[in-house]
Design a protein around this ligand. Structure first.
Ligand code: ADE
Length: 342
């Protein structure tokens, strides 16, 4: 028997949910793909890229048969390419060990690379109807306000209450709709800074609203951690065949992505100059880019005389560099250099 809160969520979802491509399917692969894309990318961007990816890789077997590089290419524009690599690795594992079928429970799904507690809960509830919770950033905000959770966001105590409440709500025969209703509320009505409490289907139950200050939740500590600065030096070198890019190592920051040939850290410019045997004479442009844990300051240089770059698998020219799998900083650096007329 559903509670009043569950009924309010189901009613809200039935008449208000957005018509999104992954909501028109019951195919677990397509739902899995949507959840992985949505982990770190906005809905509007995912909508633009989702069908294209699926037309290239319509099912688990096609994805598993592709080369990793092809999967990363199809991921262009979505960022955080480790997700594409994990998706590909998971598809290969499913083909090798699971007859290309996704496991149907959240516990079993979490064994796959790239599937954590949230994504496992989302897939299991939406695709397989398992009554399990799925708490992402949006759901965290909705439930922190609903319950006026005083524990600091991200703390063990807060997580225990959030997942506990989400599990109670999902305990019904339409867990996928309950979970998506919570996501939808967080994405539309219960926004971080300007929640529309007047039109919220949960307003009668919301403890934060009763207190009068929903923005107080989720509680964040005031301590602002200073983010360290990472300095990058990039070379802008265009020849008749295109712009030179180099591939980063497969481990570490921006693993396996392409960028302008570059060095990072102290004396990045001098080290880049030495490695390429080129004099980096002119600074063409700069980019400031914020990551969650550091601020990146990139300078883009031209060399004269033009360097002769060695042919290596990790260094080649791209006629359309923005089509390569790039880190966000590299993408912005290319655009900045072009804008500067280079
Ligand atoms: N964000 C994460 N999963 C989602 C979904 N299924 N629908 C809308 N937004 C989401």
């Amino acid at each position: 028997m559903a509670t009043a809160l569950q009924r309010a969520l189901l009613r809200y979802y039935a008449s208000n949910h957005r018509d999104l491509p992954w909501r028109r399917t019951r195919d677990p692969y397509r739902i899995w793909l949507s959840e992985v894309m949505l982990q770190q990318t906005r809905v509007a961007t995912v909508v633009e890229r989702y069908d294209d990816f699926l037309s290239r890789f319509p099912d688990v077997r096609t994805l598993a048969a592709a080369r990793e590089e092809q999967v990363c290419e199809a991921w262009a524009g979505l960022g955080y390419y480790s997700r594409a690599r994990n998706l590909h690795a998971a598809a290969r594992r499913l083909v090798a060990e699971h007859s290309a079928q996704l496991p149907t429970t959240a516990d079993a799904l979490q064994i796959l690379p790239g599937i954590g507690r949230y994504t496992a809960g989302a897939i299991a509830s939406i695709a397989f109807g398992e009554a399990v919770p799925a708490v992402d950033g949006n759901v965290e905000r909705v439930l922190s306000r609903l319950l006026a959770i005083d524990a600091e966001a991200g703390s063990t105590a807060a997580k225990r209450r959030l997942w506990g409440m989400a599990a109670q709500l999902a305990a019904c025969d339409r867990p996928g709709e309950i979970n998506q209703a919570l996501m939808e509320l967080g994405a539309t009505i219960c926004s971080p800074r300007t929640p529309s409490c007047g039109s919220c289907p949960l307003r009668r139950y919301c403890a934060a609203r009763a207190e009068g200050d929903p923005l107080r939740y989720p509680r964040r500590s005031r301590r602002r951690v200073e983010r360290p600065t990472l300095r990058l030096a990039f070379l802008w070198h265009r020849t008749r065949s295109g712009v030179w890019l180099e591939r980063r190592p497969l481990r570490g920051l921006w693993a396996g992505l392409w960028q302008l040939p570059g060095e990072e850290g102290p004396s990045a410019r001098a080290r880049l100059s030495r490695r390429l045997g080129a004099r980096l004479t002119r600074r063409i442009a700069g980019v400031r880019h914020e990551l969650s844990h550091r601020i990146v300051l990139a300078s883009i240089y031209a060399a004269s005389p033009p360097p002769t770059l060695p042919h290596r698998a990790t260094l080649r020219s791209f006629a359309e560099p923005l089509g390569a799998p790039l880190s966000a900083v590299a993408r912005r650096a290319i655009i900045a250099a072009r804008d500067a007329g280079a």
